[in-house]
Write a protein that binds this ligand. Structure first.
Ligand SMILES: [Zn+2]
Length: 481
């Protein structure tokens, strides 16, 4: 059965085509905007991303992060205050140089990230140990003149994220914050959205510009490439010294604060939701963030059926369940394919047979199965099924991910694992500066990257997979974008 609404692309085999096509077909984003690397986010993605913001902001506020809205522009002098930071970001900055017809005295950066905006204000706000920890965040759009190939949601020159910035009295407190950020990531990405990932400490050569330690989550795409998800960084006292962020400690001495920052990119996490949960028929949205949770499809246009459909719609909307009646001109078959492609979790079909028996036919997109329920049981059914639905998506994703991590003992095993699109685990000499040589060999010969070490994972006396020296670390190696 084919029609112009049918979507059928093998996600595993033709991932790139699948991803490009579903973005257009489901109207998630329009890439025809006339600046390269910028796109128009459409309602079907915006509604879902708004819900994602809500979930994450609630989690952050529960952990006592306060919301701020900072200016989009950052003076060049702020960016220059911390040398490794400006060094890392300079090639990616969009600069504002004119105001109206006048050339500005100082250039302003469209924020590529907001450390240098926040910390200059921290220096005005933080006075005493009693002010610490000082926990903030903002939701913001970020601009980066990224020279790598852009792809909607995964990598674009403007993206939407949350950035958390915190100041602490001690380095131990800063590390506790990093651990809290990892827990937040687990709660948001995995528990709420069903995206499996591994959290790594990045090797020295792959740290955030200006950070002393960088931790980042990696999710895996069907093309065997990992995509970096939220990262959290201890940027210790480098920035507090540059921006003069000091506090008076209990011992009456003035000390510099320890700073951490956390960056979950909502638009990129949305990409992982599309990619991880989608199937050959199209999207599958978790119930919690679905732009539309249920769709009602009347079969036949009799007065009784329309009346009953309207009644169900009203009842669901009152319960805060989003819904709509599809009374378009499309054929019944086309309607089914269309809403399956759009990823609506539950479809409700209502025809003469159903009405006569006081029943409904419901279709679940998580297991792609139909069942019949009594009309009066609909609310109870949705309450139960919505939780089951998200659990199912998460379990399906976890099972696939679990099989993607492979232990390797030598270079040929490593090569084979990478070629099969897996994440390889192996012994490695060092994730400090002296291990960079071996990492370069992996990049050149195997076309993969050392993504880092897992916190608290003990080295069981292996040898480095490249140089054969004693391995100080267990690392994970994968292809990336
Ligand atoms: Zn080595």
């Amino acid at each position: 059965m084919t029609s112009k609404n049918t979507f059928n692309i093998d996600k595993e085999k033709k991932f790139s085509e699948w991803f490009t096509e579903i973005i257009q077909k489901a109207e998630l984003a329009d890439i025809r905007y006339n600046i390269k690397g910028f796109l128009v986010f459409q309602p079907w993605s915006v509604i879902a991303m708004e819900k994602m913001y809500d979930i994450l902001e609630k989690i952050l506020q529960k952990k006592e992060h306060q919301p701020y809205w900072f200016p989009t522009l950052i003076p060049e002098s702020n960016l220059k205050k911390e040398s490794s930071h400006i060094g890392g970001f300079t090639p990616e900055v969009f600069w504002v140089t004119e105001g109206g017809t006048k050339k500005l005295e100082e250039k302003y950066a469209l924020r590529p990230t907001s450390e240098t905006a926040f910390y200059q204000m921290f220096s005005l706000w933080i006075r005493s140990y009693k002010d610490l920890p000082f926990k903030t965040y903002q939701r913001a759009n970020i601009f980066r003149y990224d020279t790598k190939a852009t792809r909607p949601f995964l990598r674009s020159r403007e993206f939407h994220w949350i950035e958390g910035h915190c100041a602490h009295a001690t380095e131990e407190d800063a590390f506790k914050q990093v651990q809290e950020d990892m827990e937040t990531t687990e709660e948001f990405l995995h528990k709420n959205l069903g995206i499996p990932f591994l959290f790594f400490e990045r090797p020295t050569w792959d740290k955030f510009p200006g950070a002393s330690r960088t931790f980042a989550a990696d999710a895996l795409n069907p093309d065997g490439k990992v995509i970096q998800q939220p990262s959290t960084h201890i940027i210790s006292q480098k920035f507090s010294k540059a921006f003069n962020v000091k506090f008076k400690d209990k011992d009456e001495k003035e000390k510099y604060v320890f700073i951490t920052c956390y960056g979950p990119a909502i638009s990129r996490i949305f990409a992982s939701i599309i990619i991880i949960h989608g199937d050959n028929k199209g999207l599958r949205f978790p119930w919690k963030i679905a732009p539309l949770q249920t769709i009602i499809i009347p079969i036949g246009e009799t007065k009784e059926i329309i009346k009953e459909a309207e009644k169900i719609k009203k009842q669901l909307l009152e319960k805060n369940i989003s819904t709509k009646i599809d009374n378009s001109e499309k054929s019944f078959g086309e309607k089914l394919y269309f809403w399956e492609m759009k990823g609506v979790p539950i479809r409700i079909e209502l025809g003469p047979r159903e009405l006569k028996e006081n029943k409904l036919t419901v279709f679940r997109r998580d297991i792609n199965k139909k069942e019949t329920i009594k009309i009066k049981d609909l609310e109870k059914y949705l309450e139960k099924t919505s939780t089951e639905f998200d659990d199912n998506l998460r379990k399906q994703a976890d099972n696939l991910f679990k099989d993607s991590i492979i232990n390797t003992k030598n270079k040929s095993e490593l090569k084979q694992a990478i070629e099969q699109g897996k994440i390889a685990r192996c012994g490695f000499c060092s994730t400090n500066k002296d291990g960079e040589k071996c990492a370069t060999i992996i990049e050149k010969e195997i076309k993969a990257e050392v993504r880092g070490t897992k916190l608290n994972e003990k080295n069981n006396s292996q040898k480095c997979i490249i140089c054969g020296k004693k391995a100080n670390n267990i690392v994970y190696i994968a292809k990336s974008y």
